[in-house]
Design a protein around this ligand. Structure first.
Ligand SMILES: Cc1cc2nc3c(=O)[nH]c(=O)nc-3n(C[C@H](O)[C@H](O)[C@H](O)COP(=O)(O)OP(=O)(O)OC[C@H]3O[C@@H](n4cnc5c(N)ncnc54)[C@H](O)[C@@H]3O)c2cc1C
Length: 520
């Protein structure tokens, strides 16, 4: 028997892909080598466009525990340990959701199971080979070795991906050994915390704003009060490799003293763990030389890793890889995919990975020690007074500047971009766009006068969900959304003319492979 899709790795990205495939009618099997979810503290939260993407699947509510939609950060954020004044922007693209990675995995696993995904824990992918029809996967399971045949295998098995290695896909890039980051959950003196700003007032040094890394000539320091947890305190030093001895709070205290020049009396964390106490030396910035090989695909850390300094973009990238690949792979399996659809996975996601790496590398350069960097920072601080610079950097850190090539003339500025949040008035009442995208189906939003497009496309509604509505304000008049919520086509005309309607037809065909005979 051939399984449609096997996913190697039940981390956040593998589980997200499993949910996306299931929504599109394909039930994958997830093979996860760990018998239980990992307790290793990794991500503290999600940053950027992915927060809105999770809202589009109804997962934001589960992760945030709030029925309210996500709100952008409109105060400040950071870039290279410099403040980005987001209050200058009309629409801040910076969304953040502080939630630990193990909770993300738990929520995605629950959702995947609800959707009928089979998750085999304690099952490790140890070998693979391909022929024209399928991938044969060697699995080491709790009851011994066995083989699985799958039409496609997706490696979501992390930075050291076995799938990538077995497929002979190189992982070029660089390994840095020039910096050591020590991080711990720890208590700080309560009277050092400014109740108005949340800043940590360090006597002899000054105020350190929460979440905004602070650079000195000797390194970096950050203080992040996490909801429901003791604060996360971190110190970064350059050219001072860590030892092999187990990390301790004393080691972090000493590092902070070197960086700030004063003592910060950290106490052991209170409350329930697991608590972070880690030292990371160096880091890797690498991108797979191909994101696929025949019937094998890579997503998430298996496809790209980078040494992050600017607060958590890893899952912003990986979860959106999963959302990009899921509907395309499902369309191929259902036999409805237009030619070349699967190739667009790499064409679209490789530039997104490079953009995130550029973001991380530019931020690293800005926090490095040295007079020349101090000069660069002074100049940068001047540039950051310009609204347009803040806008550009805010979009970069949020990954909101990703624009896919949708072919055609793409005249509308939204084409290729992640669809904006819209409040709509439908015949059945008001609705947020995010509530219409939960089924992960292609969607045509017809906001034109007299719903002229809906009628034109009526015969295609097997392929595309059509919603007619009135927008709350002067928004685009029509949007064709792919399941990943990127805009495949858009119009600003109250009544799109035949040329525009023809472009819309072409876009439907390009992405959803509507057969000629179904044309109205
Ligand atoms: C200290 C730290 C802090 C971070 N902070 C943030 C943050 O704040 N925000 C953010 O967005 N990102 C953060 N990241 C990055 C983020 O954790 C990763 O991008 C994310 O874990 C990648 O998810 P993944 O599913 O691709 O891989 P992983 O999380 O590595 O999951 C891969 C899974 O595959 C399984 N596996 C491996 N090999 C096999 C095999 N052969 N067969 C079957 N299963 C296998 C593993 O057991 C694992 O469960 C952080 C990373 C670290 C290390």
């Amino acid at each position: 028997m051939i399984t449609d899709v096997v996913i190697a790795g039940g981390g956040p990205n593998g589980l997200m892909l499993a949910c996306e495939l299931s929504l599109a009618g394909v039930r994958p099997v997830v093979l996860e080598r760990l018998p239980e979810p990992s307790e290793e503290p990794k991500a503290n939260g999600l940053l950027g466009q992915v927060v809105r993407m999770l809202d589009r699947r109804g997962l934001y509510e589960r992760l945030s525990g709030s029925p309210e939609p996500p709100q952008p950060n409109s105060a400040y954020f950071m870039f290279g340990a410099m403040g980005l004044d987001l209050s200058l922007l009309e629409d801040s693209p910076v969304y953040a959701l502080p939630v630990p990675q193990r909770r993300i995995v738990q929520v995605l696993q629950e959702r995947a199971v609800e959707l009928g995904v089979e998750i085999r824990r304690g099952h490790e992918v140890v070998g693979l080979s391909q022929d024209d029809d399928a991938v044969t996967i060697d699995v080491a399971g709790p009851s011994g070795a066995y083989e699985l045949r799958a039409r496609y295998l997706v490696g979501a098995d992390g930075a050291h991906s076995t799938t990538r290695k077995l497929s002979g896909i190189g992982f070029p890039g660089v390994t840095y050994d020039r910096m050591t980051v020590r991080t711990a959950h720890a208590t700080v003196p309560a009277d050092w915390v400014d109740p108005a700003t949340g800043a940590l007032n360090v006597p002899g040094h000054g105020a350190v704003l929460p979440f905004l890394p602070h650079r000195t000539e000797r390194g970096g320091f950050s203080y992040a009060p996490m909801p429901g947890h003791p604060p996360l305190v971190s110190a970064t030093e350059w050219d001072r490799p860590g030892t092999d001895a187990p990390m301790s709070l004393d080691e972090l205290r000493a590092s902070i003293r070197r960086v700030l020049g004063v003592d910060v009396p950290l106490g052991p964390p209170d409350g329930e763990g697991p608590h972070v106490l880690r030292r990371l030396t160096g880091g890797n910035t690498r991108v797979a030389e191909r994101f696929s090989d025949g019937r094998v695909f890579l997503i998430g850390d298996a496809a790209h890793v980078y040494a992050a300094t600017g607060g958590g973009p890893g899952l912003n990238l990986g979860l959106q890889d999963a959302v990009n690949l899921g509907w395309k792979l499902a369309a191929v399996i259902r036999g409805s995919a237009p030619p070349g659809l699967l190739n667009s996975y790499e064409t679209e996601r490789r530039p997104a990975a490079h953009r995130m790496i550029l973001n991380a590398q530019a931020q690293s350069a800005l926090i490095a020690p040295g007079d020349d960097v101090t000069g660069l920072r002074e100049l940068f601080a001047e540039l950051l007074r310009d609204r347009s610079t803040v806008q550009r950097l805010a979009e970069l850190v949020a990954g909101a500047d990703v624009r896919y090539d949708m072919g055609g003339r793409g005249a509308h500025p939204l084409t290729g971009r992640f669809a904006p949040d819209l409040e709509l008035h439908t015949p059945t009442g008001p609705v947020r766009l995010a509530e219409l995208t939960r089924s992960a189906r292609p969607l045509l939003l017809d906001l034109t006068e007299e719903a002229s497009l809906a009628e034109t496309l009526a015969l295609w509604n097997d392929h595309v969900d059509i919603v007619t509505a009135r927008p709350q304000d002067s928004a685009p008049t029509a949007l064709l959304l792919r399941p990943d919520c990127h805009v495949a086509w858009a119009s600003a005309s109250p009544r799109p003319d035949p040329t525009e309607t023809e472009e819309l037809r072409a876009a439907v065909q390009r992405w959803f492979g509507v057969i000629e005979s179904a044309r109205p």
